[in-house]
Design a binder for this molecule. Structure first.
Ligand SMILES: *Cc1c(COP(=O)(O)O)cnc(C)c1O
Length: 515
């Protein structure tokens, strides 16, 4: 039966900023509570064709002894149940989603429309190049666009996400060092990097060497120099780092790492901060991964598909995953008259994804890039950075800003004063934000800031929306001082109230009985 954390919402409203809470309503029963023996979601007319027993169709040892314990509901009840649940979702299409580090921005619908074209969706990935010239053109064009945006020589479109791109980049680094007869063991990661970086380094078989940040929130150059030696395969820099700050000494870092023979990896998951303004290739980086599902128009969250292409400098091109979509030069091409085909790089590290990656995500990204053009992409970055700085400026009298200098696409605040004086934590503030009709900011990340609130307004929100978000956060700060207990009880307007996080972390099995 349903877990006790399902709570009714007897009191709608309670918003701080006057915007209507979006998630309220009466408790929705589980599909098993709606179940009634014998009901089913379809019934066909009798055709007179004799029924074939299942055992004639499927070998007996492949059949389960008993039917699965599924809910039995009518189609009408099923559709109503699912529709009611969809009305409880918060999404980027419904309102602002300032979840820092994640870039939950609105994605133009035209990108979905293009990615839904039958010419793109109804193609089997093993169809020969003679039947897929259009698709190949899309992939080749996208690679060229991403190289122009990052200032790199070539890119693989295979990795399915940012972290998969990181692993790809590390395998490329390893292959390059090996080709020079070297077997290096260490990869340097600043403590302000994204959490996937150290995880990918371990998965790639390297040791993580952490360097601290200094009082500016940037890599501590003195500490970096002490760990640089001939065993360093490279450094992974998240830029802007997870404090939302642009690393100031990139040129110096690049020179120092190259000097010991290491490679430079740019975590470009949050490219919306620098699009069209600066390019990792021009800063001396050897590998860059991009999150198309953050910057380039694929909605994400909830486990949907992503894409984490990896762009590389000239010297790493021979190692890229294959097969790669390529433009044929006509003389000696695979098939004389075709413009595009597939090719495996000479020293390829192999495949990083079945087929050609999450292809429709790639089609969305190319649409987004062509839609904006280079001036439009630059504007994306400028507005993302402007919006974050506007929020920083407006809230700096209300919340502590640990690194109070111009930020990039996101800003990190701290609630440690409110915690010390009123026992209110970042989590309380985040839960209270839910009652104001916004999604919550990121909490407790980056790890190097106590009681962090990380806000990424993104470039797609209007000044009015940003102002309403600021008003909501100001109201919550005032309430933290006047009535902290009310914040401990938030959220009050969502279908599920405050959950027991310790219990949730320890008991991963749902508490209802599916039978
Ligand atoms: C989101 C993010 C990642 C990880 O990307 P996934 O697609 O979730 O694997 C890596 N680095 C940074 C800076 C990110 O923001």
């Amino acid at each position: 039966m349903p877990s006790s954390s399902f709570r009714g919402t007897s009191q709608p409203g309670g918003g701080q900023a006057g915007s209507a809470p979006l998630l309220g309503g009466t408790p929705e029963p589980t599909i098993f509570e709606l179940s009634s023996p014998g009901r089913s979601a379809w019934s066909f007319r009798t055709t007179g064709i004799p029924e074939t027993p299942m055992t004639d169709l499927v070998p007996a040892d492949h059949l389960r002894p008993e039917p699965p314990a599924l809910a039995e509901v009518s189609e009408r009840d099923l559709v109503a149940h699912v529709t009611r649940l969809t009305h409880r979702q918060f999404s980027v299409d419904l309102g602002a989603y300032p979840l820092g580090s994640c870039t939950m921005k609105y994605n133009p619908k035209v990108c979905d429309a293009v990615a839904s074209l039958p010419g793109l969706t109804a193609v089997h990935p093993s169809a020969p190049p003679s039947l897929t010239q259009g698709w190949l053109a899309v992939l080749v064009e996208l690679e060229a666009a991403l190289c122009a945006i990052t200032g790199m020589a070539a890119a693989t479109l295979q990795p399915a996400a940012g972290a998969a791109g990181e692993l790809t980049g590390l395998l490329l680094m390893r292959a390059w060092h090996r080709s020079r007869g070297e077997n290096r063991h260490k990869v340097i990661i600043p403590d302000s990097a994204h959490g996937t970086n150290p995880a990918s380094v371990s998965l790639g078989g390297y040791q993580v060497v952490t360097v601290p940040s200094d009082s500016r929130g940037c890599v501590d150059m003195r500490a970096l120099r002490t760990v640089l030696d001939g065993d360093v395969a490279g450094i992974m820099l998240t830029n802007p780092n997870t404090l939302g700050l642009f690393e100031e000494d990139i040129a110096e870092i690049a020179a120092a790492v190259h000097e010991v023979g290491g490679l430079l990896y740019y975590d470009g998951a949050n490219l919306n901060a620098i699009l069209g303004v600066v390019r990792p290739g021009d800063m001396g980086f050897d590998v860059v991964h991009l999150n198309l599902h953050k910057t380039f128009a694929t909605p994400h969250g909830g486990g949907g598909p992503g894409a984490g292409p990896v762009a590389v400098s000239e010297r790493l091109v021979p190692f890229l995953p294959g097969p790669r979509p390529v433009r044929l030069d006509g003389n000696g091409g695979l098939v004389g008259e075709l413009s595009y085909g597939w090719a495996v790089p000479e020293h390829s590290i192999g495949r990083m994804h079945s087929w050609h990656g999450n292809a429709l995500v790639l089609a969305r990204a190319l649409t987004y890039i062509l839609l904006h053009g280079s001036d439009g992409l630059r504007q994306v970055a400028e507005v993302a950075v402007l919006n974050a700085n506007w929020i920083r400026h407006r809230l700096s009298g209300t919340y502590e800003v640990p690194f109070d200098r111009p930020c990039m696409h996101e800003v990190v605040l701290s609630v440690r004063d409110l915690r010390r004086e009123h026992g209110v934590r970042a989590m309380d503030v985040a839960k209270a934000v839910l009652d104001t009709g916004f999604h919550a900011p990121t909490v407790s990340f980056p790890l190097i800031v106590d009681e962090a609130l990380m806000i990424e307004p993104t470039e797609t929100e209007s000044p009015q929306t940003l102002a309403a978000l600021v008003t909501a956060l100001e109201g919550i700060a005032a309430q933290a001082r006047s009535d902290p207990d009310a914040l401990h009880a938030a959220p009050r307007t969502t279908p599920v109230g405050r959950v027991d996080e310790a219990r949730a972390a320890r008991h991963l099995v749902p508490t209802f009985d599916a039978r």
